[in-house]
Design a protein around this ligand. Sequence first.
Ligand code: FAD
Ligand code: NAD
Length: 400
Amino acid sequence: MDVIKMGVPKIVVLGAGFGGLMTVKTLQKQLHYNEAEVTLVNQNSYHYVTTKLHEPAAGTTHHDHARLPIRSVINERKVKFIQDVVTSVKLEEKKVYLENNEPLNFDYLVLGIGGAPETFGIKGLFEYGFFIRNINSVRVIREHIEYNFSRYQTEGKEELVTIVVGGAGFTGIEFIGELVDRIPELCQEYDVPIDKVKIVNVEAAPTVLPGFDKELVDYAVKYLESKGVEFVLSTPIAECTPEGVLLKGGREVKASTVVWTGGVRGNKVVEESGIETMRGRVKVDEYLRAPGHDNVFVIGDSSLVFNDEGRPYPPTAQMATQQGQVLGKNLVALLRGGQLEPFKYAPKGTVASLGSREAIGIVGGKKVFGGRAAMMKKLIDARWFFMLGGITMVLKKARL
Ligand code: FAD
Ligand code: NAD
Protein backbone atom coordinates (compact mmCIF):
# COMPACT_ATOMS: atom_id res chain seq x y z
CA MET A 1 0.00 0.00 0.00
CA ASP A 2 1.25 3.51 -0.82
CA VAL A 3 1.80 5.54 2.34
CA ILE A 4 2.43 8.91 0.61
CA LYS A 5 0.09 11.52 2.07
CA MET A 6 -0.31 15.25 1.46
CA GLY A 7 0.67 17.90 4.01
CA VAL A 8 2.20 15.66 6.62
CA PRO A 9 5.87 15.99 7.67
CA LYS A 10 8.24 13.90 5.61
CA ILE A 11 10.89 11.83 7.40
CA VAL A 12 13.44 10.23 5.09
CA VAL A 13 15.74 7.58 6.53
CA LEU A 14 18.76 6.65 4.39
CA GLY A 15 20.27 3.22 5.01
CA ALA A 16 18.69 0.07 6.43
CA GLY A 17 21.60 -0.91 8.63
CA PHE A 18 21.63 -1.17 12.39
CA GLY A 19 20.98 2.54 12.91
CA GLY A 20 18.47 3.16 10.12
CA LEU A 21 16.38 0.07 10.79
CA MET A 22 16.23 0.76 14.51
CA THR A 23 15.06 4.34 13.79
CA VAL A 24 12.35 3.05 11.48
CA LYS A 25 11.27 0.26 13.86
CA THR A 26 10.90 2.82 16.66
CA LEU A 27 9.00 5.24 14.40
CA GLN A 28 6.58 2.63 13.11
CA LYS A 29 5.84 1.52 16.66
CA GLN A 30 5.16 5.02 18.01
CA LEU A 31 3.70 7.06 15.15
CA HIS A 32 -0.05 7.35 14.75
CA TYR A 33 -1.67 6.99 11.36
CA ASN A 34 -1.02 10.07 9.19
CA GLU A 35 1.31 11.71 11.71
CA ALA A 36 4.26 11.58 9.31
CA GLU A 37 5.26 10.14 5.98
CA VAL A 38 8.24 7.88 6.63
CA THR A 39 10.41 6.72 3.72
CA LEU A 40 13.30 4.29 4.07
CA VAL A 41 15.88 4.07 1.27
CA ASN A 42 18.42 1.28 0.97
CA GLN A 43 20.49 0.10 -1.96
CA ASN A 44 19.55 -3.55 -1.50
CA SER A 45 16.16 -5.14 -0.90
CA TYR A 46 17.71 -6.80 2.13
CA HIS A 47 19.36 -5.76 5.38
CA TYR A 48 22.76 -7.34 5.88
CA VAL A 49 23.97 -8.06 9.38
CA THR A 50 27.43 -6.51 9.19
CA THR A 51 28.41 -8.07 12.53
CA LYS A 52 28.20 -11.53 10.94
CA LEU A 53 29.93 -10.85 7.62
CA HIS A 54 33.24 -12.43 8.67
CA GLU A 55 31.49 -15.82 8.64
CA PRO A 56 30.37 -15.94 4.97
CA ALA A 57 33.65 -14.22 4.03
CA ALA A 58 35.53 -17.27 5.31
CA GLY A 59 32.79 -19.61 4.08
CA THR A 60 31.87 -21.02 7.49
CA THR A 61 28.24 -19.99 6.94
CA HIS A 62 26.21 -19.14 3.85
CA HIS A 63 25.67 -15.42 3.27
CA ASP A 64 21.90 -15.87 3.58
CA HIS A 65 22.48 -16.27 7.32
CA ALA A 66 23.70 -12.68 7.35
CA ARG A 67 20.82 -11.01 5.50
CA LEU A 68 17.06 -10.70 5.60
CA PRO A 69 14.44 -8.99 3.43
CA ILE A 70 13.76 -5.42 4.61
CA ARG A 71 10.07 -5.81 3.83
CA SER A 72 9.90 -8.67 6.34
CA VAL A 73 10.74 -6.36 9.24
CA ILE A 74 8.98 -3.09 8.39
CA ASN A 75 5.31 -2.20 8.47
CA GLU A 76 4.57 -1.04 4.94
CA ARG A 77 1.37 0.66 6.04
CA LYS A 78 3.54 3.07 8.03
CA VAL A 79 6.85 3.07 6.15
CA LYS A 80 7.43 3.33 2.41
CA PHE A 81 10.50 1.40 1.31
CA ILE A 82 12.47 2.43 -1.78
CA GLN A 83 15.25 0.20 -3.01
CA ASP A 84 17.75 2.55 -4.62
CA VAL A 85 21.23 4.00 -4.31
CA VAL A 86 21.50 7.45 -2.74
CA THR A 87 23.79 9.48 -4.99
CA SER A 88 23.74 12.78 -3.08
CA VAL A 89 21.91 14.86 -0.52
CA LYS A 90 21.32 18.57 -0.97
CA LEU A 91 20.59 19.94 2.45
CA GLU A 92 19.65 23.47 1.39
CA GLU A 93 17.15 22.11 -1.16
CA LYS A 94 15.93 19.52 1.41
CA LYS A 95 16.29 16.87 -1.28
CA VAL A 96 17.82 13.40 -1.59
CA TYR A 97 18.96 12.32 -5.06
CA LEU A 98 18.66 8.69 -6.08
CA GLU A 99 20.14 6.66 -8.91
CA ASN A 100 16.87 5.38 -10.39
CA ASN A 101 14.01 7.30 -8.78
CA GLU A 102 12.84 10.90 -8.62
CA PRO A 103 14.50 13.01 -5.89
CA LEU A 104 12.87 12.80 -2.46
CA ASN A 105 11.88 15.88 -0.45
CA PHE A 106 12.34 15.76 3.29
CA ASP A 107 11.48 17.77 6.38
CA TYR A 108 13.66 15.54 8.56
CA LEU A 109 16.59 13.53 7.23
CA VAL A 110 18.35 10.59 8.89
CA LEU A 111 21.75 9.66 7.45
CA GLY A 112 22.33 6.04 8.42
CA ILE A 113 24.23 4.79 5.38
CA GLY A 114 27.13 3.31 7.31
CA GLY A 115 30.84 3.71 6.71
CA ALA A 116 33.41 2.80 4.08
CA PRO A 117 36.83 1.13 4.23
CA GLU A 118 39.62 3.41 5.40
CA THR A 119 42.69 2.63 3.28
CA PHE A 120 44.82 5.62 4.32
CA GLY A 121 45.69 6.03 0.65
CA ILE A 122 47.72 2.80 0.62
CA LYS A 123 48.58 2.01 -2.97
CA GLY A 124 46.94 -1.00 -4.60
CA LEU A 125 44.41 -1.83 -1.87
CA PHE A 126 41.31 -0.99 -3.90
CA GLU A 127 42.76 -2.74 -6.98
CA TYR A 128 44.08 -5.95 -5.44
CA GLY A 129 42.66 -6.17 -1.90
CA PHE A 130 39.32 -7.50 -0.66
CA PHE A 131 37.01 -5.90 1.93
CA ILE A 132 34.54 -7.28 4.47
CA ARG A 133 31.84 -4.69 3.81
CA ASN A 134 28.64 -6.21 2.44
CA ILE A 135 27.12 -9.40 1.03
CA ASN A 136 28.68 -8.97 -2.41
CA SER A 137 32.16 -8.26 -1.08
CA VAL A 138 32.21 -11.29 1.24
CA ARG A 139 30.79 -13.63 -1.39
CA VAL A 140 33.72 -12.66 -3.61
CA ILE A 141 36.24 -13.36 -0.82
CA ARG A 142 34.85 -16.84 -0.21
CA GLU A 143 34.78 -17.69 -3.92
CA HIS A 144 38.26 -16.27 -4.46
CA ILE A 145 39.77 -18.33 -1.63
CA GLU A 146 38.05 -21.49 -2.88
CA TYR A 147 39.18 -20.89 -6.46
CA ASN A 148 42.79 -20.42 -5.39
CA PHE A 149 42.74 -23.53 -3.21
CA SER A 150 41.35 -25.44 -6.20
CA ARG A 151 44.36 -24.35 -8.30
CA TYR A 152 46.97 -25.45 -5.78
CA GLN A 153 47.21 -29.12 -6.85
CA THR A 154 47.83 -28.26 -10.49
CA GLU A 155 49.98 -25.14 -10.07
CA GLY A 156 51.73 -25.93 -6.77
CA LYS A 157 52.38 -22.29 -5.80
CA GLU A 158 52.25 -21.62 -2.08
CA GLU A 159 50.92 -18.08 -2.53
CA LEU A 160 47.67 -19.64 -3.81
CA VAL A 161 47.02 -20.87 -0.28
CA THR A 162 48.46 -17.85 1.53
CA ILE A 163 45.99 -15.34 2.96
CA VAL A 164 47.14 -11.97 4.28
CA VAL A 165 44.82 -10.05 6.60
CA GLY A 166 45.77 -6.37 6.90
CA GLY A 167 44.88 -5.02 10.34
CA ALA A 168 44.37 -6.88 13.61
CA GLY A 169 41.34 -4.95 14.88
CA PHE A 170 38.16 -6.85 15.75
CA THR A 171 37.16 -7.38 12.12
CA GLY A 172 40.54 -8.86 11.20
CA ILE A 173 40.66 -11.11 14.27
CA GLU A 174 37.07 -12.35 13.88
CA PHE A 175 37.71 -13.15 10.20
CA ILE A 176 40.90 -15.06 11.05
CA GLY A 177 38.97 -16.97 13.71
CA GLU A 178 36.54 -18.14 11.02
CA LEU A 179 39.38 -18.93 8.62
CA VAL A 180 41.06 -21.30 11.07
CA ASP A 181 37.72 -23.13 11.39
CA ARG A 182 37.35 -23.35 7.61
CA ILE A 183 40.89 -24.25 6.49
CA PRO A 184 40.81 -27.98 7.43
CA GLU A 185 37.61 -28.40 5.40
CA LEU A 186 39.08 -26.51 2.42
CA CYS A 187 42.28 -28.57 2.55
CA GLN A 188 40.29 -31.78 2.49
CA GLU A 189 38.07 -30.61 -0.35
CA TYR A 190 40.92 -29.37 -2.58
CA ASP A 191 43.67 -31.85 -1.57
CA VAL A 192 45.88 -29.15 -0.10
CA PRO A 193 48.39 -30.28 2.57
CA ILE A 194 47.41 -28.24 5.64
CA ASP A 195 51.03 -27.33 6.43
CA LYS A 196 51.22 -25.43 3.12
CA VAL A 197 48.44 -23.00 4.13
CA LYS A 198 49.57 -19.68 5.58
CA ILE A 199 47.46 -17.05 7.32
CA VAL A 200 49.50 -13.92 7.97
CA ASN A 201 47.99 -11.09 10.02
CA VAL A 202 49.87 -7.82 9.57
CA GLU A 203 49.26 -5.08 12.15
CA ALA A 204 50.77 -1.59 12.29
CA ALA A 205 50.45 -1.30 16.09
CA PRO A 206 52.73 -3.22 18.49
CA THR A 207 49.84 -5.46 19.56
CA VAL A 208 46.85 -7.30 18.20
CA LEU A 209 43.51 -5.57 19.10
CA PRO A 210 45.22 -2.34 20.17
CA GLY A 211 43.74 -0.91 23.36
CA PHE A 212 41.87 -4.09 24.35
CA ASP A 213 42.47 -6.03 27.58
CA LYS A 214 45.94 -7.64 27.50
CA GLU A 215 44.94 -10.94 29.07
CA LEU A 216 42.16 -11.42 26.51
CA VAL A 217 44.44 -10.36 23.65
CA ASP A 218 47.04 -12.91 24.80
CA TYR A 219 44.34 -15.58 24.92
CA ALA A 220 43.26 -14.80 21.35
CA VAL A 221 46.83 -14.69 20.01
CA LYS A 222 47.78 -17.96 21.71
CA TYR A 223 44.68 -19.69 20.38
CA LEU A 224 45.13 -18.42 16.81
CA GLU A 225 48.90 -19.14 16.82
CA SER A 226 48.11 -22.69 17.92
CA LYS A 227 46.10 -22.96 14.70
CA GLY A 228 49.06 -21.79 12.62
CA VAL A 229 48.36 -18.04 12.27
CA GLU A 230 51.45 -15.82 11.92
CA PHE A 231 51.25 -12.32 13.45
CA VAL A 232 53.50 -9.58 12.10
CA LEU A 233 53.27 -6.64 14.50
CA SER A 234 54.55 -3.04 14.48
CA THR A 235 54.74 -3.32 10.70
CA PRO A 236 52.30 -1.37 8.54
CA ILE A 237 51.34 -2.62 5.11
CA ALA A 238 52.88 -0.12 2.69
CA GLU A 239 51.48 -1.39 -0.60
CA CYS A 240 49.22 -4.07 -2.03
CA THR A 241 50.31 -5.59 -5.34
CA PRO A 242 49.03 -8.33 -7.65
CA GLU A 243 51.57 -10.61 -5.93
CA GLY A 244 50.68 -9.82 -2.30
CA VAL A 245 51.80 -7.07 0.08
CA LEU A 246 54.89 -4.99 0.68
CA LEU A 247 55.50 -4.16 4.32
CA LYS A 248 57.20 -1.11 5.75
CA GLY A 249 60.84 -2.13 6.16
CA GLY A 250 60.92 -3.97 2.86
CA ARG A 251 59.53 -7.48 3.52
CA GLU A 252 57.24 -8.86 0.84
CA VAL A 253 54.56 -11.43 1.60
CA LYS A 254 53.42 -13.23 -1.51
CA ALA A 255 49.71 -14.02 -1.28
CA SER A 256 46.87 -14.53 -3.73
CA THR A 257 44.39 -13.24 -1.17
CA VAL A 258 44.78 -9.97 0.71
CA VAL A 259 41.86 -8.93 2.90
CA TRP A 260 42.03 -5.38 4.23
CA THR A 261 40.49 -4.83 7.67
CA GLY A 262 42.46 -1.69 8.52
CA GLY A 263 39.56 0.48 9.66
CA VAL A 264 36.48 2.45 8.62
CA ARG A 265 35.70 6.01 7.64
CA GLY A 266 32.41 7.79 6.90
CA ASN A 267 30.28 7.35 3.80
CA LYS A 268 31.15 9.36 0.67
CA VAL A 269 27.57 10.68 0.36
CA VAL A 270 27.85 12.20 3.84
CA GLU A 271 31.34 13.50 3.14
CA GLU A 272 30.10 15.24 -0.01
CA SER A 273 26.94 16.69 1.59
CA GLY A 274 28.66 19.86 2.76
CA ILE A 275 28.44 18.86 6.43
CA GLU A 276 31.79 19.19 8.21
CA THR A 277 33.38 15.74 8.63
CA MET A 278 36.47 14.16 10.18
CA ARG A 279 37.63 11.17 8.11
CA GLY A 280 34.16 11.23 6.63
CA ARG A 281 32.38 11.11 9.98
CA VAL A 282 30.16 13.85 11.43
CA LYS A 283 30.66 15.10 14.97
CA VAL A 284 27.00 15.16 15.98
CA ASP A 285 25.49 17.15 18.85
CA GLU A 286 23.76 15.60 21.88
CA TYR A 287 20.59 15.07 19.81
CA LEU A 288 22.55 13.42 16.97
CA ARG A 289 22.10 16.46 14.71
CA ALA A 290 24.61 17.54 12.11
CA PRO A 291 26.22 20.88 13.04
CA GLY A 292 24.14 23.78 11.73
CA HIS A 293 21.24 21.57 10.58
CA ASP A 294 18.44 21.06 13.12
CA ASN A 295 16.52 18.73 10.80
CA VAL A 296 19.44 16.47 9.74
CA PHE A 297 20.53 13.58 11.94
CA VAL A 298 23.56 11.35 11.49
CA ILE A 299 23.80 7.93 13.14
CA GLY A 300 25.97 4.81 12.98
CA ASP A 301 29.36 4.60 11.30
CA SER A 302 29.05 8.04 9.69
CA SER A 303 28.62 9.73 13.06
CA LEU A 304 31.20 10.62 15.69
CA VAL A 305 30.25 10.58 19.36
CA PHE A 306 32.75 11.48 22.07
CA ASN A 307 33.03 10.09 25.59
CA ASP A 308 33.41 12.22 28.72
CA GLU A 309 37.21 12.26 28.26
CA GLY A 310 36.78 13.72 24.78
CA ARG A 311 37.79 10.52 22.94
CA PRO A 312 35.64 9.22 20.06
CA TYR A 313 33.74 5.99 20.66
CA PRO A 314 34.56 3.30 18.10
CA PRO A 315 31.89 2.86 15.41
CA THR A 316 29.88 -0.20 16.41
CA ALA A 317 26.51 -1.81 15.81
CA GLN A 318 25.82 -1.36 19.50
CA MET A 319 26.28 2.40 19.11
CA ALA A 320 24.19 2.58 15.91
CA THR A 321 21.33 0.58 17.49
CA GLN A 322 21.17 2.78 20.58
CA GLN A 323 21.30 5.91 18.42
CA GLY A 324 18.44 4.62 16.25
CA GLN A 325 16.28 3.94 19.29
CA VAL A 326 16.79 7.41 20.77
CA LEU A 327 16.46 9.16 17.42
CA GLY A 328 13.19 7.36 16.64
CA LYS A 329 11.72 8.59 19.92
CA ASN A 330 13.08 12.11 19.38
CA LEU A 331 11.59 12.38 15.90
CA VAL A 332 8.20 11.50 17.35
CA ALA A 333 8.75 14.11 20.09
CA LEU A 334 9.67 16.70 17.46
CA LEU A 335 6.49 16.04 15.51
CA ARG A 336 4.43 16.39 18.69
CA GLY A 337 6.24 19.48 19.97
CA GLY A 338 7.71 17.54 22.90
CA GLN A 339 11.09 17.54 24.64
CA LEU A 340 14.10 15.88 22.98
CA GLU A 341 16.08 13.29 24.94
CA PRO A 342 19.88 13.77 24.74
CA PHE A 343 21.73 10.72 23.43
CA LYS A 344 24.02 9.09 25.97
CA TYR A 345 25.85 5.97 24.83
CA ALA A 346 25.70 3.10 27.31
CA PRO A 347 28.36 0.53 26.32
CA LYS A 348 27.26 -2.98 27.29
CA GLY A 349 30.60 -4.63 26.58
CA THR A 350 32.45 -6.23 23.69
CA VAL A 351 32.60 -9.85 22.60
CA ALA A 352 34.67 -10.98 19.63
CA SER A 353 34.40 -14.45 18.13
CA LEU A 354 37.41 -16.62 17.28
CA GLY A 355 35.49 -19.03 15.10
CA SER A 356 32.30 -20.73 16.24
CA ARG A 357 33.57 -22.30 19.46
CA GLU A 358 35.95 -19.69 20.91
CA ALA A 359 35.64 -16.01 21.75
CA ILE A 360 36.94 -13.30 24.04
CA GLY A 361 35.14 -10.38 25.61
CA ILE A 362 34.27 -8.08 28.44
CA VAL A 363 30.64 -8.08 29.52
CA GLY A 364 29.35 -6.08 32.47
CA GLY A 365 32.97 -5.31 33.39
CA LYS A 366 33.86 -9.04 33.57
CA LYS A 367 36.25 -10.86 31.25
CA VAL A 368 34.90 -13.87 29.38
CA PHE A 369 36.66 -16.26 27.04
CA GLY A 370 36.43 -19.72 25.47
CA GLY A 371 33.15 -21.56 24.89
CA ARG A 372 31.17 -19.38 27.31
CA ALA A 373 32.18 -16.24 25.45
CA ALA A 374 31.33 -17.93 22.12
CA MET A 375 27.83 -18.67 23.40
CA MET A 376 27.44 -15.05 24.56
CA LYS A 377 28.44 -13.84 21.11
CA LYS A 378 25.75 -16.02 19.55
CA LEU A 379 23.18 -14.65 22.00
CA ILE A 380 24.19 -11.08 21.12
CA ASP A 381 23.66 -11.86 17.42
CA ALA A 382 20.33 -13.50 18.25
CA ARG A 383 19.25 -10.38 20.18
CA TRP A 384 19.51 -8.31 17.01
CA PHE A 385 17.28 -10.76 15.14
CA PHE A 386 14.86 -10.60 18.07
CA MET A 387 14.79 -6.79 17.94
CA LEU A 388 14.03 -6.94 14.23
CA GLY A 389 11.46 -9.68 14.05
CA GLY A 390 10.82 -11.27 17.43
CA ILE A 391 11.18 -14.95 18.17
CA THR A 392 10.16 -15.98 14.63
CA MET A 393 13.18 -14.15 13.19
CA VAL A 394 15.45 -15.67 15.87
CA LEU A 395 14.28 -19.16 14.96
CA LYS A 396 14.75 -18.44 11.24
CA LYS A 397 18.13 -16.72 11.35
CA ALA A 398 20.06 -17.15 14.61
CA ARG A 399 22.66 -19.93 14.84
CA LEU A 400 22.83 -20.91 18.51
P1 FAD B 1 25.45 -0.45 8.29
O1 FAD B 1 24.97 -1.51 9.22
O2 FAD B 1 26.71 -0.66 7.55
O3 FAD B 1 24.25 -0.14 7.28
C1 FAD B 1 24.33 0.83 6.28
C2 FAD B 1 23.26 0.54 5.26
O4 FAD B 1 23.24 1.60 4.31
C3 FAD B 1 23.51 -0.72 4.46
O5 FAD B 1 22.30 -1.45 4.34
C4 FAD B 1 24.00 -0.23 3.11
O6 FAD B 1 23.69 -1.11 2.05
C5 FAD B 1 23.22 1.07 2.99
N1 FAD B 1 23.85 2.05 2.10
C6 FAD B 1 25.15 2.45 2.11
N2 FAD B 1 25.36 3.38 1.14
C7 FAD B 1 24.17 3.53 0.52
C8 FAD B 1 23.75 4.38 -0.57
N3 FAD B 1 24.59 5.22 -1.18
N4 FAD B 1 22.47 4.28 -0.97
C9 FAD B 1 21.59 3.45 -0.35
N5 FAD B 1 21.95 2.65 0.68
C10 FAD B 1 23.21 2.71 1.11
N6 FAD B 1 29.82 -3.90 15.97
C11 FAD B 1 29.38 -4.34 17.19
O7 FAD B 1 28.84 -3.55 17.97
N7 FAD B 1 29.51 -5.65 17.56
C12 FAD B 1 30.05 -6.58 16.74
O8 FAD B 1 30.16 -7.75 17.11
C13 FAD B 1 30.53 -6.16 15.47
N8 FAD B 1 31.06 -7.06 14.61
C14 FAD B 1 31.45 -6.65 13.36
C15 FAD B 1 31.94 -7.61 12.49
C16 FAD B 1 32.36 -7.24 11.22
C17 FAD B 1 32.88 -8.29 10.29
C18 FAD B 1 32.25 -5.88 10.82
C19 FAD B 1 32.69 -5.46 9.43
C20 FAD B 1 31.76 -4.91 11.69
C21 FAD B 1 31.35 -5.29 12.98
N9 FAD B 1 30.83 -4.36 13.87
C22 FAD B 1 30.39 -4.78 15.11
C23 FAD B 1 30.64 -2.95 13.48
C24 FAD B 1 29.20 -2.74 13.01
O9 FAD B 1 28.85 -3.73 12.08
C25 FAD B 1 28.99 -1.37 12.39
O10 FAD B 1 29.40 -0.40 13.31
C26 FAD B 1 27.48 -1.19 12.08
O11 FAD B 1 27.08 -2.05 11.05
C27 FAD B 1 27.17 0.25 11.70
O12 FAD B 1 25.80 0.37 11.49
P2 FAD B 1 25.23 1.46 10.48
O13 FAD B 1 23.76 1.43 10.65
O14 FAD B 1 25.96 2.74 10.62
O15 FAD B 1 25.63 0.93 9.04
P1 NAD C 1 39.76 -0.91 13.52
O1 NAD C 1 40.01 0.49 13.17
O2 NAD C 1 39.19 -1.21 14.86
O3 NAD C 1 41.09 -1.76 13.36
C1 NAD C 1 41.94 -1.58 12.26
C2 NAD C 1 43.33 -2.10 12.59
O4 NAD C 1 44.13 -1.97 11.42
C3 NAD C 1 44.01 -1.31 13.71
O5 NAD C 1 44.50 -2.21 14.67
C4 NAD C 1 45.12 -0.55 12.98
O6 NAD C 1 46.26 -0.36 13.78
C5 NAD C 1 45.42 -1.49 11.81
N1 NAD C 1 46.05 -0.82 10.67
C6 NAD C 1 45.80 0.42 10.19
N2 NAD C 1 46.63 0.68 9.14
C7 NAD C 1 47.40 -0.41 8.96
C8 NAD C 1 48.44 -0.74 8.04
N3 NAD C 1 48.86 0.10 7.10
N4 NAD C 1 49.02 -1.96 8.15
C9 NAD C 1 48.61 -2.83 9.09
N5 NAD C 1 47.65 -2.57 10.00
C10 NAD C 1 47.04 -1.37 9.93
O7 NAD C 1 38.81 -1.49 12.36
P2 NAD C 1 37.92 -2.81 12.35
O8 NAD C 1 38.60 -3.95 12.99
O9 NAD C 1 37.43 -2.95 10.95
O10 NAD C 1 36.68 -2.40 13.26
C11 NAD C 1 35.81 -1.36 12.83
C12 NAD C 1 34.80 -1.09 13.92
O11 NAD C 1 33.91 -2.20 14.06
C13 NAD C 1 35.45 -0.86 15.27
O12 NAD C 1 34.74 0.11 15.95
C14 NAD C 1 35.27 -2.19 15.97
O13 NAD C 1 35.15 -2.05 17.39
C15 NAD C 1 33.94 -2.67 15.39
N6 NAD C 1 33.90 -4.14 15.40
C16 NAD C 1 33.48 -4.73 16.55
C17 NAD C 1 33.47 -6.10 16.64
C18 NAD C 1 33.00 -6.75 17.91
O14 NAD C 1 32.57 -6.04 18.82
N7 NAD C 1 33.03 -8.07 18.00
C19 NAD C 1 33.89 -6.86 15.54
C20 NAD C 1 34.33 -6.23 14.38
C21 NAD C 1 34.34 -4.85 14.33
